[in-house]
Design a protein around this ligand. Structure first.
Ligand code: NAD
Length: 423
């Protein structure tokens, strides 16, 4: 067992991840001996990010980049700007990236980064300064062959463009492949922005069919109306599902007849949140979890589905757009109650899959059409969810454990075949 204090932390998302690893271990047969590899990050960097604010004062922010596992290739994972970011969270998010890239069989390891800051409170110039200083502080451990960041909560293509520019300045030449999720004309990929929400839809559609839940008329609640939640909602609405409840950081809206997303989009553009939208009633944030629904899409932050919420949830299907939204004990309750959960490590893997396509396109300086990207994405996601479904039936376990079995087997096989240096 570990003798490092941060690994033993018995709280937060990292402890959720460790519990998931405990649960998969009995299935790993001869690879069990390597499991401790997954219980610690390979490398964790904490950096001080001082910037001059617009008012001339100097403020210090804490930044992180964690490379959890690099056995199968360079690190891959987003950068989060949020006031609650801490080492525990970034470690867990990096570990889920390790599992996710392996479930999709992408040639990457897992990494994640973040800065403990509320980006909504920064001016555009401050946001740029913080991004450039953070990039400079982590630049010795990132790179197209080392570790490739991407957007996550609170970051976007513009932020990725600044990261690419800052890193390139240090190298003396343009390095598009250092980061994915960039603006299109800076080497970004078509389809990347919508890819995670699209992956949530594709895996959800496949599993809904398997459990005989028709999408037409299905009632859906979505938590988070950002990059992931909004795109998933649009695609389900196109399949004639009804989006009856949406919650974001501004509040919760509810309309049992289905929220008009085209109207909401217009409202959202000026109000930057769903609260106050006239086409629905406001309900309390806790009532979001009681609404009569068929499908729940948590697409905001981790640790949202607690034991109490799992007990009252009416959904038959949960699609984890967010990373780590379900506590392990709540997961058990959902299983007992017959609720099918498509776990984050497969459900929201559309983003990293198109990030992989972006990296491949950058490395070959040859770019594909959006149609080609979506076709490739759908093919990989359908293949992966079918493999997970098959493993879950074969081993008689949840989809989460099945996904972890597939992912951990690939990672630990790579670890075993590489051997332990110096031997
Ligand atoms: P985003 O910043 O675009 O949107 C986040 C959404 O969550 C916003 O609508 C915000 O209002 C809402 N939110 C924040 N705090 C909330 C709270 N306390 N209660 C309710 N809603 C709240 O972020 P995103 O890129 O859509 O990411 C959402 C989730 O999906 C995260 O868990 C992220 O790690 C995961 N994810 C994102 C990607 C990607 O490509 N962007 C890929 C894989 C997983």
């Amino acid at each position: 067992m570990s003798n490092l204090s941060y690994i033993a932390q018995n709280h937060g998302p990292w402890s959720t991840y460790l519990e998931q690893i405990e649960r998969v271990t009995p299935y790993l047969e001869h690879l069990k001996g390597y499991i401790d590899t997954l219980k610690r990050p390979k490398r964790a960097l904490i950096v001080d990010v001082p910037i001059v604010m617009d008012d001339g004062t100097i403020q210090h922010f804490e930044g992180y980049r964690v490379q959890h596992n690099l056995s199968r290739g360079p690190g891959k994972g987003g950068i989060r700007y949020h006031p609650d970011v801490d080492l525990n969270e970034v470690m867990a998010l990096s570990a889920w990236m390790t599992i996710k890239t392996a479930v999709l069989n992408l040639p990457f390891g897992g990494a994640k980064g973040g800065v403990r800051v509320d980006p909504r409170k920064l001016s555009p110039r401050e946001l740029e300064r913080i991004t450039r200083r953070y990039t400079s502080e982590i630049s010795h451990i990132i790179g197209p062959q080392k570790d490739i960041p991407a957007p996550d909560v609170g970051t976007n293509p513009n932020v990725m463009g600044w990261i690419m520019d800052t890193y390139s300045s240090g190298q003396g030449h343009t390095v598009t492949g250092v980061v994915t999720g960039k603006p299109i004309h800076l080497g970004g990929s078509l389809g990347r922005i919508k890819a995670t929400g699209r992956g949530v839809f594709v895996t959800g559609r496949e599993v809904a069919e398997k459990i005989k839940l028709p999408l037409k008329g299905a009632k859906i609640a979505v938590q988070g109306f950002g990059n992931v939640g909004s795109e998933a909602a649009y695609l389900f609405a196109e399949s004639q599902s009804l989006i009856v409840a949406i919650q974001d950081h501004t509040g919760t809206i509810f309309n049992p007849e289905g929220i008009d997303l085209a109207e909401l989009k217009i409202y959202f553009e000026t109000n930057q949140g769903v609260a106050g939208f006239e086409g629905a009633e406001m309900i309390s944030d806790e009532d979001f979890w009681n609404v009569e629904i068929d499908i729940l899409i948590p697409a905001a932050l981790e640790g949202q589905i607690t034991i109490e919420r799992a007990q009252k949830l009416t959904a038959k299907l949960v699609l984890e757009g967010a990373n780590g939204p379900t506590y392990p004990e709540a997961d058990d309750i959902l299983i007992q109650r017959g609720v099918t959960v498509v776990p984050d490590v497969i459900c929201n893997a559309g983003g990293v899959t198109v990030s992989y396509f972006e990296w491949v396109q950058d490395m070959s300086s040859y770019f594909w059409s959006e149609e080609e990207i979506n076709q490739r994405l759908d093919k990989l996601m359908v293949q992966a969810i079918n493999d997970v479904w098959h493993t879950s039936n074969e081993k008689i376990c949840s989809l989460r454990t099945a996904a972890f079995i597939l992912g951990c087997e690939r990672i630990l096989k790579a670890r075993m075949e590489r051997g332990i240096f110096p031997g």
